[in-house]
Design a protein around this ligand. Sequence first.
Ligand code: AMP
Length: 475
Amino acid sequence: MTTFADLGLSPDILKAIEDVGYKNPTPVQEQAIPYVLQMRDILACAQTGTGKTAGFVLPMLEILGAGRARARMPRSLILEPTRELAAQVAENFQIYGKYHKLSMALVIGGETMDEQIRNLDRGVDVVIATPGRMIDLFERGRIMLNDIKIFVIDEADRMLDMGFIPDVEKIAKLLPPLRQTLFFSATMPPEIRKLADRFLKNPKTITVARPATTAETVRQIFVPLPTDNNWQKREALRILLKRADVLNAFIFCNRKIDVAMLHKSLLKHGFNAGALHGDMEQSERTATLDRFKRGEISLLACSDVAARGIDIDAVSHVFNFDVPFHAEDYVHRIGRTGRAGLTGTAYTLITPDEGKQIEAIEALIKLKILREPIADLPEPQPDTGRSRRDTGARHGRHTRDRNSSHNRHESRPHHEHPRPPREAQHQQPSAQHEQAPRQQVTRATAPINEGSDRFEGDLLPSFLRRPAAIVKEKR
Ligand code: AMP
C-alpha cells in the first residue's frame, strides 16, 4: 500500500500528517500529489470527502516551502465558491503546514477588508479567496497577481452553479500565463470541461469516484406525498423526524426563504432546530454550525449553498424537504450523512409536483430508490405559512454566498452515531419524557395545526426537543 513518504513529501510534512493521524493517502492524494510536485497541471474529478483538499495543500506546502513572499504579491491563489470552503482550506494549511513558516491570507466576502488588506500588505505565500472579494481587492490595487505560481480552482462545478465563472475567468486573465493550475470539480459537465480546457495545459487527469455516485453507507428512502399542500409536507417531515431514530440531521430546502420558514415551524413544534442560509451574518452562521457540531442543536434547516462542503462526520440523517432542482445536488446533499464509515439515512419528501426531478435523480445515480409512503399521513390543512410558490423568491443557489465558518474535522472511530454530548441534552420539561426511550415516544395522534394550542415539543424525544427555557417562553 502506498504511503505518504512514497509520494515524495518531505519529513516536515510527513510529521504533520502523522500528527493528524492519517495512515495512507486517499486515492486522489495518491494520484495528484506526485504530479503536482512535478509542476504538472491537474484536472481532478473528485468530490468533497475524498481528501482532495490535502491532495493540493500538501504538495503546495512542499513547493512553496522553497521561496519567500513579497508584499502584496502572493505566490499562490486558491479560489473557493464559498466562505466555508475557503475557511476549511485555510484550516488545512494550518494543520499540514504547522512545521512550515508559510503565511496566508483569507480573502472572503462578508468580513471587513481591513485585516485582509493588512495581511496582503505584509506579503503572503497563499491567498485563499472567494472570487468576488478577490476582484474587489484587485480593483482597489491591494493585491498584485503577477507572482502567482500556483492557481487552484476548487469546486468548479459549484462555481458554475453560483454564477462565479465570469469572475473566475476574469481572475485567470490577470495571472501570469506561466503557472501551474490545479482544477478540481465534483462533476464534469460539458461547461466545466470546456473551462478546464481553457485554463489547463497538458493536465494530468484524475478521476477518483464516478461522478454522481452515492455512498453505499447511505440508506436512501423516497417518501411520496399525496398532495402539494405545504402543511401536509411539514407534517410528513415531523412524523419522519419522530419515527426515524434521528440523532441529528440536515434538512434541505431549495430556497432561502423556505429555510427560514421551515426553521420557524420546527421551533414552533418544539424541535431543537437551527437554520443555515446564505443571507445570515457570518457570525450567526459560525455560531449555529458550532452549536450543531457540539450537539446543542439537533436539526439544521439549510440551503444547498450554505451546507456545501461542511465537514461534519457524525450526521445520522439528511432530509430533503424539497427535491433539489439539480440532480447533482441530491448527491451532494445526501453525502452529508454516511461519512467516515458511519451509516446514514436520507429521506426525500416528494410532492406530485416534484416527480420530474425525481426521475432525473434516479437516472443520474442509476438506482431505483425505495418508496415508503407514510400510511397515516393526516389530510391536508390550510397552510398558515407563506406560500412557497407565491414568494417569488429567487433560486437560492444563484445568490452569492457571503458566509464563512470553520469546520474542524472530528474523527469518529466508532461505526455508529454517537449521541450528542451530555451537556447538550437540554433540561426537559418533564421527568417522564426524559426517561422515555426514544423509540417509544409516540407522536401526537391528532394532527397539530401550526396555530394549535397543543405543544408538540412535549412529545419529542429529549435531544430533538427545544431547551426548556424557550419552550416555556413560547407557550
Ligand atoms: P476533503 O475531501 O478534502 O474535504 O477531505 C475530507 C476529509 O478527509 C477531511 O476531514 C480530511 O481531514 C480527511 N482526510 C484527508 N486525507 C486523509 C487521509 N489520507 N486519511 C484519512 N482521512 C483523510
